[in-house]
Design a protein around this ligand. Structure first.
Ligand SMILES: [Zn+2]
Length: 441
């Protein structure tokens, strides 16, 4: 018995490897055949680029790039070079113009073939032309469109706020009108959740659009903050200009919960000029002096609620090169405007609080204010130091290119007011939420 069992075992041992070998052989042959077929296909595609293969794919598809550009989704990119612009159509991608080099785009997705979808638009750009950007602030507009649409000429250029070209389309397109032309002779349309511009000379026609009427703002409170502190970190309220960080949180939470729209100064300007509509519950938030406590305590709270604010920077008190803290605030939606360069000082005894701008000679004043607008990189809004204003100060700001200017007088703003003498609503630390709510509600 033991011998026969051994023999059976040995016979099985011999049969098993033979079976494995057989299977392997069959597999190898199959792999070889598949490989040959695949190689054959590859060869065909390589030898005849763009002929037969092209006829099998939709003619509209222009590029075939298999790179993964998903890292750009949800981010802002910069174009490294001028590149083609594509319109997303039912057939695929249609080339429709070009994109300027160095333009910034918010990217919302990718499309097969190596395309990046430009957010809130019908356009795509090639991923190969995109590079990571050092800017991250994303567009967000509060403006309400007019019941009008504009149709562009067959060719038009879309520019950013500073007038830099972003893209040129060789197709006539129709957009709702968000901003009507002013001195700049350009229309504002919505693109990438922000306002971009088409020159009025590139608009073929403007026609009425069936758009439901939304209630618009008649007047807007502009809040005035100064300094912030944290009780938990041992800070105290030196005077009413100091707001505790938890009190700020409570106030911004109220603004957020009550669905107020915190507007940018550009939006306020267009509304004051009668060129755009703001939602009924609009507000603007300003912070004077750009004290370090704004960056340290207030910025994170504004970011938490996604609210815009405006910093009035005493530019001559800042390092010659704009510090990272200011840049970071701007990238987080706390825009930078001017509180003078070196005019946040006394010098005019017997006049108001004695702020220098009251009696400064016109030329030096204009130079100072222009310098401050340059420092904040295109400023157009001024905040009078100490709130001191007279004809001399107002003329200086006007001639320096100021479009809006704020005092410390109490009140709300509305179109028709002197845009260079605008009142605000002071926020006094420790006053409680009901007083705050009453001041803006
Ligand atoms: Zn000040």
């Amino acid at each position: 018995m033991p011998t026969s069992r051994k023999r059976t075992k040995r016979r099985r041992k011999i049969r098993f490897p033979v079976l494995i070998l057989g299977i392997c052989l069959v597999c190898a042959v199959l792999l070889l055949i598949t490989g040959l077929i695949l190689r054959g296909c590859g060869k065909t595609e390589q030898e005849h680029p763009g002929s037969e293969t092209a006829s099998e794919t939709p003619a509209a598809v222009q590029i075939q790039d298999s790179s993964d550009y998903s890292q750009f989704v949800g981010h802002k990119i910069r174009t490294s070079e001028q590149c083609e612009l594509f319109l997303v159509s039912a057939d695929g991608m249609e080339p429709c113009g070009h994109v300027a080099a160095g333009a910034l785009f918010d990217i919302s997705g990718t499309k097969e073939g190596g395309y990046l979808e430009v957010s809130d638009s019908p356009f795509c750009i090639p991923g190969s032309a995109a590079e990571a950007s050092d800017r991250w602030y994303r567009n967000d507009t509060n403006l309400i469109p007019y019941a009008e649409d504009l149709t562009t000429n067959d060719s038009f250029t879309l520019s950013d706020e500073a007038g830099n070209p972003v893209l040129t389309s060789e197709r006539s397109l129709t957009f709702p009108v968000y901003v009507k032309p002013g001195e700049d002779n350009r229309y504002g349309i919505r693109f990438m959740n922000g306002i971009y511009y088409v020159d009025a000379s590139s608009v073929k026609e403007v026609q009425a659009a069936d758009r439901s009427a939304e209630a618009t703002a008649q007047e807007v409170p502009v809040l005035m903050y100064h300094f912030f502190y944290s009780e938990a970190e041992g800070g105290t309220r030196i005077d009413g200009n100091y707001v505790e960080v938890n009190e700020l949180d409570e106030q911004l939470n109220y603004i957020h919960e009550q669905n107020f729209h915190a507007c940018t100064m550009r939006e306020i300007l267009y509304w004051m000029e009668g060129r755009a509509n703001l939602p009924e519950k609009s507000i603007a938030i300003t912070i004077d002096d750009a004290d370090p406590s704004v960056h340290q305590y207030a910025m994170p709270v504004f970011v938490k609620y996604g609210l815009h604010a405006t910093n009035f920077v005493i530019c001559g008190w800042q390092p010659a090169e704009m510090p990272y803290e200011l840049w970071e605030m701007r990238e987080n939606g706390l825009e930078l405007q001017s509180h003078g360069f070196l005019t946040h000082t006394g010098g005019c005894s017997g006049m108001g609080h004695g702020g220098l701008l009251l009696c400064m000679d016109h030329e030096s004043g204009v130079e100072d204010v222009k310098r401050s607008f340059d420092y904040v990189d295109g400023g157009f809004v001024f905040c009078y130091p100490f709130g001191d204003i007279n004809d001399n100060a107002e003329n200086i700001v006007r001639d320096a290119g100021g479009k809006l200017a704020f005092t410390t007088e109490g009140g709300r703003i509305h179109p028709g007011m002197d845009p260079l003498a605008l009142p605000r609503v002071r926020v006094t630390g420790g006053n409680g939420l009901s007083a705050f709510a009453a001041s803006i509600g």
